[in-house]
Design a protein around this ligand. Structure first.
Ligand SMILES: NC(=O)c1ccc[n+]([C@@H]2O[C@H](COP(=O)([O-])OP(=O)(O)OC[C@H]3O[C@@H](n4cnc5c(N)ncnc54)[C@H](OP(=O)(O)O)[C@@H]3O)[C@@H](O)[C@H]2O)c1
Length: 289
């Protein structure tokens, strides 16, 4: 198991410049899990959440992904409590996907809603400008140009620095790029789910950050007896570390954002940045799809 703690291991994951001018260490952190296991109305342990967020930064993580919908509203406030004024740490948030109850995620892309959502995120995070604001989902009920237009208005007003999209096709990215520069794309992608391969290839070719969500498949890739257990034993790394190291190697535009509410899992996951997969190990993981 890769267990010796480099003082800032995430800083060894390589640097990617989001939008060409916002450099971050490629191995980031996803802040959905700090709101509790069901991510809706669960009891939150704020002291633990603050400790996890601060520890991530101590370990060299300087890119944190969140959304207004996590909690809802709880994750952004915990991030502010833990890390404001964020010196050297980029907080990416998202809007446009509402929570109406446990397991219920409803896209709302009306321009006036998106603008209000971004202003509420600005207030919760305590910033004048959001470094990376991502449309959490395209709302099929609203013309795409109207949704992207709202993000453009936010950017023009200085409320948002860079714009990203989530769960999109290549075609949708290209439509959006007729109106704005797309700095990032956040789609589901991991060792066992490669449905977004074409989008990842497009982002690689275009120099757009690709932020794979569920990078360890909600923990199933880390579980004992999972698809990487054997390789973990023979390589001396944990399954989660292998899953993340494989993502980091997959393309220089990939910014994995593993989520955890556990300090020990955080320590373990961040060490993926110092795992140097051999070609044979990489091929063996690639073959697991
Ligand atoms: N754009 C979107 O639509 C979208 C959708 C979903 C998620 N996201 C983003 O992507 C981030 C990552 O997704 P995710 O957090 O849902 O899934 P994930 O990173 O694939 O997995 C997180 C789960 O794995 C467990 N885990 C983490 N490290 C582990 C380890 N070393 N050993 C064993 N279990 C471990 C966590 O539990 P513990 O807390 O116990 O460690 C948690 O249940 C989110 O935090 C969020 O920022 C975006």
């Amino acid at each position: 198991m890769t267990s010796s703690i480099d003082s800032r291991p995430a800083a060894r994951s390589g640097i990617f410049s989001i939008g060409g001018d916002l450099p971050v260490n490629r191995l980031g952190y996803g802040a959905m899990q700090i709101t509790g296991p069901g991510v809706w109305g669960d009891p939150v342990d704020p002291a633990n959440a603050v400790a996890v967020l601060r520890r991530a930064v101590e370990l060299g993580v300087d890119f944190i992904d969140t959304a207004d919908a996590y909690g809802p509203a709880v994750s952004e406030e915990l991030i502010r409590t833990a890390l404001h004024p964020y010196e050297g740490v980029t907080i990416a948030t998202k809007g446009g996907l509402t929570r109406t109850g446990p397991g219920q995620w409803v896209p709302v892309g009306r321009p006036e809603y998106l603008i209000q959502a971004a202003h509420l995120s600005l207030r919760r995070l305590g910033v004048d400008t959001i470094d990376l604001y991502q449309l959490h989902r395209i709302d099929a009920q609203v013309p795409l140009a109207d949704q992207i237009g709202a993000l453009k208005d936010l950017q023009t007003a200085g409320k948002v620095r860079h714009i990203g999209l989530s769960e999109v096709s290549v075609e949708e990215i290209e439509q959006a790029r007729q109106i704005i520069d797309v700095a990032s794309v956040q789609n589901l992608y991991n060792v066992t789910n490669r449905a977004s391969e074409a989008v990842l290839n497009y982002c690689t070719a275009q120099g757009i950050a690709f932020i794979p969500w569920f990078p360890i498949a909600t923990g199933t890739l880390a579980a004992p007896g999972g698809p990487m257990s054997e390789l973990a034993v023979s390589s001396g790394h944990t399954p989660a570390q292998l899953a993340l190291a494989w993502l980091l190697r997959r393309s220089p535009v990939v910014l994995p954002i593993p989520g955890t509410s556990s300090l020990s899992h955080l320590d373990e996951n961040v060490l993926a940045a110092v795992v140097d997969l051999t070609d044979a190990q990489n091929d063996a993981i690639t073959a697991l799809a």
